[in-house]
Design a binder for this molecule. Structure first.
Ligand SMILES: [Zn+2]
Length: 349
């Protein structure tokens, strides 16, 4: 485990400093291949992403917003509760480009806390006046459609407000012109080696077969999340990922018509308070507590690990910790984080 982390740091070190210059003999022989990883989703990528700014896009999820575009290309997607029990997504893009992405909707206060540690450019279509002021004061690379309409377009085959789209290229280019140069190589998560993945799969098999050994793993073939439009993830052993369902139906992506999948699903239990910020219908926008600590569940390879989460300030990434306080390593690939109010619980079967 330690060796793996060391190798990761070593390879990243090579990529930052452009090879092992202190030892010209080894650099000539190219004994150590340069390996780059996406600092958000952990995928192996063909170039150093240190200078590439992540893009975070606010996407609607009410029934009229579905099917959405671009969710499958995201490194990480947060699902967060808004007014009236409806959720919205905040999708982070770095190692894969996406075009189109949408429909784009308005931002919420919690987006600022989520975007900050990634130092991502935030793509959204407006927000309530207090939220816009919070975004402006935060120093985030804010690419609001109301300020930068050229970074977006509206389609004619859907009705407003469900017809606003953008692409990672448009947002990144606009952010590059307006905001200072981006540089960040900090990894958001720790990732499993293939050997560690196999160990989890073996442990899961033993648990499923009725093994009575002490293990922190719980078999998770199905995860049910009790939003008012219920979300379900079903593990598919052949592909080793979870398929996403919403309101009892496969959650399909527009264009590819493929079902959305997640290599890792994290349920993060957060406090929910009234914010005093109301939408156009007068409903209060829930204030989700993404800073602090709480319970969490990490799902991967058909297994669940119950754990805790910690985020000490808006500047820090959220850490998912086991009972020994060690960072839980996750799978490389698509990550979905469900911000679920503490009053609710997922159902694992
Ligand atoms: Zn990525």
């Amino acid at each position: 485990m330690v060796l793996f982390i060391f190798s990761l740091l070593f390879f990243q070190g090579c990529s930052i400093f452009g090879g092992n210059k202190e030892n010209p003999r080894s650099s000539k022989k190219k004994l150590v291949p340069e390996v780059h990883y996406c600092p958000i989703c952990g995928r192996v990528v063909d170039q150093d992403l240190t200078g590439k700014r992540p893009v975070a896009v606010k996407i609607g999820n009410d029934p009229a917003a579905r099917p959405q575009s671009g969710l499958e290309d995201a490194c990480l997607v947060y699902e967060e509760l808004t007014e009236g029990g409806i959720t919205r997504f905040l999708a982070f893009y770095l190692c894969q480009e996406a075009d189109p992405i949408g429909p784009i909707r308005s931002a919420r206060p919690v987006d600022i806390e989520l975007v900050y540690p990634f130092r991502a450019a935030l793509a959204h279509c407006g927000a309530g006046a207090p939220v816009l002021e919070m975004i402006r004061n935060s120093g985030i690379a804010d690419i609001d459609e109301l300020q930068f309409p050229d970074a977006y377009w509206r389609t004619r085959d859907r009705r407003a407000p469900q017809n606003l789209y953008t692409s990672t290229e448009k947002i990144r280019n606009t952010a590059g012109k307006r905001y200072s140069r981006y540089e960040n190589s900090e990894s958001a998560f720790d990732f499993l080696s293939s050997k560690e993945e196999k160990q989890i799969e073996e442990e899961r098999k033993r648990k499923q077969a009725g093994g009575s050994e002490e293990s922190e793993i719980v078999v998770a073939n199905t995860i049910d999340i009790p939003f008012s439009q219920p979300v379900r993830y079903v593990y598919e052993p052949a592909s080793r990922f979870f398929l996403r369902f919403i309101s009892g139906k496969p959650h399909i992506e527009r264009g590819s018509e493929k079902q959305i999948h997640a290599d890792t699903v994290i349920v993060q239990y957060v406090t929910e308070a009234t914010s005093g910020i109301r939408d156009v219908y007068g409903s209060d926008s829930p204030a989700l507590g993404a800073i602090g600590s709480g319970d969490a569940e990490v799902f991967m390879l058909g297994a669940c690990m119950r754990c805790s989460w910690e985020k000490s300030s808006r500047y820090d990434h959220t850490h998912f910790l086991d009972s020994n306080g060690e960072e839980i390593k996750i799978r490389r690939g698509n990550i979905w984080i469900e911000l679920v109010p503490v009053s609710k619980r997922s159902n694992i079967s």
